[in-house]
Design a protein around this ligand. Structure first.
Ligand code: ATP
Ligand code: MG
Length: 409
């Protein structure tokens, strides 16, 4: 029997951590075998704030996924998402003479030029997470996607460098290490998400991917590659907070009522209806109007979408988005948000759900699992072309961390 490959995705979101275990057959068909979620304790918007709690959160999600998939997590190759407001991007340029021009451009030349593009001066507390070549230039000829084998004497590259804070990156590695996960890679969250909800054609034509989770992650793709990424520190969680305040109820009750009865535009409701909710004071149930709920949600959603729109415009890439906008993340499930987004962005908008992944409906139909599913696809399709795996911390670094721990102890 042909061998199945096992891949696991760990998505560290701001409202939940997710573990997905999938099997991939030799034809590349992906089947989700198990998944688990846990509250993101020990993390704040993707960044580790307590090693112990963060390890426990991931362990709990992993355990659920293992049970459902009936397999050991350690037999999987693990891809983990990383995000946070420490992430930024810069452009990098590299140029090298082709080592043996009569033989054409070799893999070594491509590696050399990409390495050169990374030689930028970074502060000590930042490191490169991904190097994404956006175009190669061979003897002045721009727009080359794949220079391998081409004849030329000078090879240049323009690349997008995704940069993150050393501490944030290394702390995720420390959590993975504690969970004994050695076969691992870190992937920028929005890049991973794009593998599940944007196809190659979208990315080629130009698309803005807007992941509305607890916070908003924007990324823009053109000519097949990521060109821009930014996290906004606001998101669907702010809608829930407004509902809790506006209806004078608890956050949990507001979350339930928002998911079940919330709409993005009050005008969408043909008639009003009375909803029964718990009062914040604990004085028992009370009735509120659904129109009131909608009138609390609408201005906040409008604000979130306007903020997103202005970031997309500031990126300078808004004019080339022929494939429009893909909304994903749990916030994309708010009824009517795509219609409101179309009005605000002035572009076609669709809701992105994980594609070309089979398995439980809760995962494959759910925009909130787009990153988790994208991590699996990224492992299969991303390869060295899209991103570079980060080496684990060096032995010296690890010993130094251990020693610091002893002193603290
Ligand atoms: N059916 C629904 N209707 C409206 N909002 C929803 C629905 N389901 C989930 N949400 C909202 O989506 C948000 C969570 O989305 P998601 O699970 O994608 O976040 P996350 O991945 O944890 O966070 P992030 O990606 O921002 O770090 C919550 O604020 C939740 O209220
Ligand atoms: Mg998310």
């Amino acid at each position: 029997m042909a061998k199945l490959r096992r891949i696991a995705g760990i998505d560290i979101g701001s409202t939940k951590v997710v573990c997905i275990i999938a099997e991939v057959d030799p034809m590349g068909k992906i089947e989700v075998k198990g998944f688990g979620t846990a509250p993101p304790e020990g993390f704040r918007t993707g960044v580790v704030i307590s090693l112990d709690k963060a390890t426990d959160s991931l362990a709990s999600a992993i355990e659920q996924a293992e049970k459902m998939a009936q397999c050991r997590f350690h037999t999987c190759q693990v891809f983990t998402s990383i995000t946070g407001d420490h992430i930024k991007h810069l452009s990098g340029l590299g140029a090298v003479p082709v080592s043996r021009p009569p033989r054409g451009i070799q893999a070594r030349d491509v590696e050399d030029v990409i390495r050169q593009a990374q030689t930028i001066r970074l502060p000590n507390d930042e490191q490169i997470l991904h190097v994404i070549p956006t175009q190669f230039i061979v003897d002045g000829q721009k727009g080359v996607r794949d220079p391998l084998g081409l004849f030329g004497i000078r090879l240049e590259v323009e690349a997008l460098l995704i940069i993150g804070a050393v501490t944030a990156i290394q702390n995720i590695y420390r959590v993975l290490e504690r969970l004994d996960i050695s076969n691992r890679a870190l992937v920028l969250q929005s890049l991973a998400t794009s593998f599940a909800v944007c196809d190659e054609e979208d990315k080629e034509l130009g698309v803005a991917l807007v992941d509305i989770g607890g916070v908003i992650d924007i990324s823009i793709y053109r000519e097949g590659q990521i060109r821009f990424t930014k996290m906004l520190p606001v998101g669907a969680a702010n809608i829930t907070k407004d509902v809790a305040i506006g209806l004078r109820t608890s956050y949990q009750q507001a979350e339930v009522v928002k998911r079940e009865y919330g709409v993005a535009m009050a005008g969408m409701l043909e008639r009003d209806e009375a909803l029964t909710i718990e009062d914040a004071s604990g004085r028992g149930p009370k009735q509120v109007s659904r129109r009131l709920l909608a009138s609390i949600i609408e201005p906040r959603v409008e604000e979130l979408l306007n903020l997103t729109d202005s970031e997309v415009r500031k990126s300078g890439l808004a004019d080339g988005l022929s494939a429009g906008v893909v909304l994903t993340g749990g916030g994309a499930l708010l009824s009517g948000i795509d219609v409101l987004a179309e009005q605000i962005f002035g572009m076609p908008v669709k809701v992105g759900r994980p594609e070309r992944v089979q398995g439980p409906r809760e995962v494959v139909q759910n925009p909130a699992f787009a990153t988790g599913a994208g991590l699996i696809r990224c492992a299969l399709e991303g390869g060295g072309r899209q991103f570079h795996q980060l080496p684990p911390p060096s032995l010296g670094q690890r010993l130094w961390e251990e020693m610091k721990g002893w002193f603290r102890g």
